[in-house]
Every structure is written in structure tokens, then in C-alpha cells.
Ligand binder design. Sequence first.
Ligand code: PHB
Length: 386
Amino acid sequence: MSKFFLRAAVAVVISVGASWASAQSSYPIKVGLMLPSSGTFANLGKDVMDGFKLYVTEQGGKLGGRPVEYIALDDESDPSKANENANKLVKRDKVDVLIGTIHSGVAATMAKVARETNTLMIVPNAGAGEITGSMCAPNVFRSSFSNWQPGYAAGLLAAKKHKTAVTISWKYAAGNESVKGFREGFEKGGGKVLTDLNLPFPGVEFQPLLAQLATIKPEAAYVFVAGAAQVKFVKDYAAAGLKTSIPLYGAFITEGTLAAQGDAAAGLLTTLHYADGLKNPKNDKFMAAYTKAYGAAPNVFGVQGYDAAQMYDVGLKAVKGDTKKKAEIYKAIEISKIDSPRGPLTFSKSHNPIQDFYVRVARGNQNVMTDTIVKGLVDPSPDCKL
Ligand code: PHB
């Protein structure tokens, strides 16, 4: 081949490559948002979505330099529909990333689909241990917590003042694991859990359990119910006269619902990886932007959505928006250091957040931070083989 033809051929290849690259970069990233917009977790789903979209808006509507197209569906927090819903997003809609969800059982099924199809998944809430445990995978990450983490932190806190406790929870992965974490922390601090009481998800018939609790008379109680149901739980607890006799501990029990819970929640102590008005420069900016955009202050669910978007952006930027470079995207997220409104956020080898847990007290409409109960808490994830 003459030099001329060689140069011409190279030029053609380069220009085809360049136009392919620029076509690809103007082509939208498809973000699959599989979250509940109905049922007891509807508000949590909205908060996650609002947080995610806020970050994207701050980046001029882009992630990794590419415009973003959202494909959202209501997962109804129904595990029996999870496989079909996740497959719709991955196979029919061909999303580049699965963001979801709130409910541990639904998220575990999504994670199976993500694993099988090598689709990036970022869990912006559900704490199911297996997702970053026995089922952990290079392409599956969490921006939130494992159920064990906040439960363990609450156990450490309760053990500072009490020797005996009873737990109340919904009987599904999140309730079981949260209680397990509480037990571990409480026993580590020298306490003993006397009994675990439970009811089916998403039941709100708390009276029989509260009656049992009153008969057992432990020094403290720990509860895991969540979403809209936690409003009724806290009101029922106060109305039964238990609030003063058996101090109640929780993790999520007052998160995002203080206005609806009113006086019944005043003074309740909880342990989470975020608190209202947390003092750091990132949170100052985040709170202002979130409140401006949505007319209400953010809570932990908004933070987890926002950080899921930050994580994906880090991954995409590492490959200049080229979604085919999957392994490089996963690696970049794995080693990322996210400037989160909760404080610095990094990831364990199982892709679960390493983060501080704060003690919060319910005061007016805020869960105010009073202390840090454990710094840089890592879920041990012994079953994760990555
Ligand atoms: C869960 O199912 O993992 C879950 C749901 C709601 C919460 C926390 C955890 O507030």
C-alpha cells in the first residue's frame, strides 16, 4: 500500500472512531429507577429518586459527560414481582444501570438479575445482608447500609444504659437482620435480649406485641418497622404509656416522619449514618440545594439517592462515558472516596459503605446529632468472596 493510501486509511479509521465516540457521548445513559411509588415505602422511594435527580441536575443533567434518560417503575415493595420488573428494565429497556430499591427482599432479587446479566446495580437503601454477603458481585454496590450496621450501632447505644431488652420487628430480611445487629451490639456492651417479637411485613397491628412487651418489662425496647408504618408504631407506643416506662430505641423509626409523629416521638434516640443539620460543608450545600429544589429538608433516603448518583458519575468519568468498559467502571467505584453529605464515604471489599454512625435525638422536626457511637463501621461480610 502506498504511503498516501495508508495515511488516508488511518485518517478514515480515526474519523470514524472519533465520530463514533462523539455519537456515543451525546447518546443518553439509561438509568433504571426501580423504586416503590406506592405502599408503605412510597415516600422513601420518592426521597431516593429526588436525591439522585438533584445530583444529576447539578451536573447539568449529565453523568460522566453524557445526558441522562430515566426509566422508572413502581416495584410496589413486592418481592413476587421483582424478577419480572428487574428483567423488564435490563432486557426490554436495556438500562445501563439499575438503581434500587427500598425493600430488602425486592433488592435481593434485583441483585440476582444484575449478577446474571452483568448490569451495574447501586442499591440506594435496602440493607439485605446477602447483597454484599453471599451474593456479592463485582457489579453490585450499595450507597446506603447493611441492615446489620444501624442495628449494631443501636445495640451499642442501648447497652450504655440498660441490661435487658426486647425487640419488635417485621418478619422479613430487614427486620430479622436489623434485630440481629442490635443483639450483637447490645450483648457486646453487656446486655441481654430477652425475646424477639414480630409481625408480618407490612402489618401495623402492633397492640398485641405492645401488650406482650408491657408484661415482659425489659429495661429497653428496640424496633424495626419502617416507612409510613413507623408513624403508627411510635404513636401506639406513646398511647400505650410505654414511652416513659420502657425507653424505645430504633434506627429508622423517626427518619423523615417527625412532623407526622409529633410529641409521640419527642426525645426518641436513634442511630443512623446521617442526622438533620449535620455540620459539614458538603451537607450545608446539599441541604440548601435539596430544600430549594423540593421545598422540604432532606433525610437519609435523599442522601443515599444523591450518593448513588455520585458513585455512578465517578465510574462513568473514569471511562469518559464509555459504558462498555464495565470492569473499569466497577473498579473506579470500588476505590472511590465519595464526599457525601453524611461525611466521607468509602467501600468495603464487599461494596458496602464504611461509615460513621451517629446518635440522634428527636427534637421538634429534627433528628439532631448528639454523638458518634461508632466510627468507620465496616460490615464484616464474611460470606462475600470477591
Ligand atoms: C429494607 O427493607 O432493607 C429497609 C426498608 C426500609 C428502611 C430500611 C431498610 O427504612
